[in-house]
Each structure stands twice: as structure tokens, then as C-alpha cells.
Design a binder for this molecule. Structure first.
Ligand code: AMP
Ligand code: MN
Ligand code: MN
Ligand code: MN
Length: 320
């Protein structure tokens, strides 16, 4: 039995939608067990700095994690590991254990998937070169996106997006910020829906890394490959099974169960899948900074106790 607390008051409520709505509107909500222990997880293995499409510098992000009470943090910028050394220095100042991470963009059977690498070696050259290739591809895609936005009368979007993307990769989020600045949409959700998803003027088809390469780079560097937010891909049962089997055959060993992108029923669904497929379970907010993410750090519940966590054999986490 769970209960929700808000500003010192207990709200006996099991309604998931209410829980997410409260978070959405910026209310501080904590999950507690009925005996009063705080159940919010102290480990967050998925978040973004401004090296990719987050709002905060790596230092600010780590400071925020510390202020939310986290003990272990993986920085997992999209296709870029450029923030890790700064994050590591900040983490040592704040008593946080930093895990080297990355979130790799993948094209699998014509769909875009994200694969998180944890405990990677950012200097492993096939990984570093592979990520460099993806970043080059992002520039080509950005030019294509700008050209197609120009066709509907929106000029200067490449330069506009680049003004927000000064530290690393260029992404759709940077285009979104430019489009919002122009007053073309009032929030992120709307700007994606109107301009940046398949079939809309700013969408430009792109081929990312293969699943095989992404898993091989991560594993080759000593890391663990994890399927990011599987509930977001809308794959259907048989395609999901195909992905899970293929991913495992390639040497992937983890799956996100508790993520800011999943609903409560999906926590259960993917906990079950992690057990069935013997994949280790991961958890992370996918925090992108103030204004860019509905899910703050330090809010999500812990993994179900019958999942094997992805950190089960990590000495730096066991030591805590
Ligand atoms: P990209 O990798 O350049 O295609 O950008 C993908 C990023 O855009 C994701 O990591 C999210 O941060 C963000 N994103 C994707 N879809 C949406 C959406 N519907 N609303 C807000 N942000 C989104
Ligand atoms: Mn993102
Ligand atoms: Mn993602
Ligand atoms: Mn992410």
C-alpha cells in the first residue's frame, strides 16, 4: 500500500493520474510506504545536461541532484560524453557517486530507439568514434530540418537552434526552443506536435546508429547496455518481443523499468518483462532541467523488490 504526501499532509490516494498531475503542476509529492519510510529512489541513472538537450550545465545538474537527495547519478547525454568529466568533479564535491553514461540514438527496423550505456569508458575509441559519427549525422539532419521549415516560411531555424546548442549536440529540442521563442507554440509538447514529429514540417527522416553497433560500443567499452523507456515506443507485443530477443542476443542486459516516461501500469508491465527476459532493471528520471521535463529527480519510486537492479554487481553502489 502506498500513500502520497504533499507539504506535510498525507493524501490517501492511489490514483496514478492525480500523482502525475501534481508533479506536472510542480507540487512536491513524495511516495511513502504505510510505515512512513520514504520510498523515493536515491539512484538516478538517466538525465541530461546542456551538452545534449538539457537546460543545466553538468555542474548545475549534479548540484540539483544533490539538493534532491540523490546518492548515485548517471549523466546520460544524447550521443555525447563531453559532460562527464565536469560532472565527475562536481559529484566529488557533493558526495555523489557519478556513473559514466550515454544515451545512444538508434534506428531499428525503421524506428528510433534509445539505448542507454552505463559504466562506459568514454575514451574507448570505437564508442568515441561512433558517437562522433552520430553527431555529424545530427548536423546533416539539422540542415534538412531547417530547409523543410523554410518551405513553410520559417526562416533562420538552423542558426536559431544553434544558439541554444552551444555545448555539444544539436537536437529537436533546440529547434523547439527556437520555435517557441518565435511565438509559434506555447510549450514543448505543442511545438513537437505541431512541427517536429513525423509528418510535420520540421521533421526530417534520419538514420541513426544500428542497434548492433550501439550495444557493441557500450559493451566493448566495459559498459552495460539498457533499453531506454521501452514503454514510449508503442511497439505492440510481438515487435517488443522481437526487440527484447534481438537486444539480448547482441549482449544487451538491461531495461528501464522505472522512468519518468512510464506510467504506473508500465512500471508493473516492464518489471514483469525484466523478470521474464532476465534483463536487469534500471531506473532514471530522464530529467532535462527546469521547464523541459515533467519529472524532477528524486520523485520516482524504487524498483519493485523482485527485480534484479542493473547495479546489482557494481561495487561503487554496493559500498553506499
Ligand atoms: P532528437 O534526438 O534530436 O530527435 O530529440 C529527441 C528529444 O526531444 C528527446 O530526447 C526529448 O528530450 C525531446 N522530445 C521528443 N519528443 C518530445 C515531445 N513530444 N515533447 C517534448 N519533448 C520531446
Ligand atoms: Mn532529450
Ligand atoms: Mn530518450
Ligand atoms: Mn533521455
Amino acid at each position: 500500500m502506498l500513500k502520497l504526501g504533499h507539504e506535510g499532509q498525507d493524501i490517501h490516494c492511489m490514483c496514478v493520474d492525480t500523482y502525475f498531475a501534481m508533479i506536472h503542476y510542480g507540487l512536491q509529492v513524495y511516495l511513502t510506504s504505510t510505515d512512513g519510510d520514504c520510498m523515493a529512489a536515491l539512484i538516478d541513472l538517466h538525465c541530461h545536461s546542456n551538452v545534449s538537450d538539457g537546460m543545466l550545465t553538468p555542474t548545475e545538474l549534479v548540484r540539483h541532484a544533490a539538493s534532491r537527495g540523490l546518492r548515485v547519478l548517471a549523466l546520460t547525454d544524447h550521443d555525447d560524453v563531453g559532460g562527464l568529466s565536469e560532472a565527475r568533479s562536481a559529484a566529488s564535491e557533493h558526495g555523489i557517486t557519478l556513473i559514466n553514461g550515454v544515451e545512444i540514438s538508434v534506428t531499428w527496423h525503421g524506428r528510433t530507439l534509445h539505448i542507454v550505456g552505463l559504466r562506459i569508458d568514454p575514451e574507448f575509441s570505437p564508442l568515441a568514434q561512433g558517437l562522433e559519427g552520430i553527431r555529424q549525422g545530427r548536423l546533416v539532419r539539422a540542415e534538412g530540418m531547417a530547409a523543410s521549415l523554410e518551405k513553410v516560411g520559417i526562416k533562420g531555424s538552423l542558426e536559431g537552434a544553434q544558439r541554444f546548442a552551444t555545448q555539444g549536440i544539436i537536437s529537436r529540442t533546440h529547434f523547439a526552443r527556437f520555435l517557441m521563442e518565435k511565438g509559434l507554440a506555447s510549450d514543448m509538447r505543442k511545438v513537437f506536435k505541431k512541427y517536429l514529429v513525423k509528418g510535420k514540417p520540421g521533421y526530417y527522416e534520419h538514420r541513426w546508429a544500428s542497434l548492433e553497433d550501439a550495444v557493441a560500443w557500450i559493451r566493448g567499452s566495459g559498459g552495460v547496455a539498457v533499453i531506454a523507456h521501452p514503454g514510449r515506443y508503442d511497439l505492440g507485443r510481438s515487435t517488443m518481443m522481437l526487440l527484447l530477443n534481438e537486444f539480448r542476443a547482441l549482449g544487451g542486459t538491461g531495461i528501464e523499468v522505472i522512468t519518468g516516461s512510464h506510467s504506473f501500469p508500465q512500471f508493473q508491465e516492464f518489471a514483469e518483462i525484466s523478470r521474464q527476459y532476465s534483463l536487469h532493471a534500471s531506473q532514471g528520471s530522464d530529467y532535462h532541467g527546469p521547464g523541459l521535463s515533467y519529472m524532477d529527480m528524486g520523485i520516482l519510486p524504487e524498483l519493485p523488490s523482485d527485480c534484479v537492479p542493473v547495479w546489482h554487481d557494481w561495487p561503487e553502489v554496493e559500498a553506499l
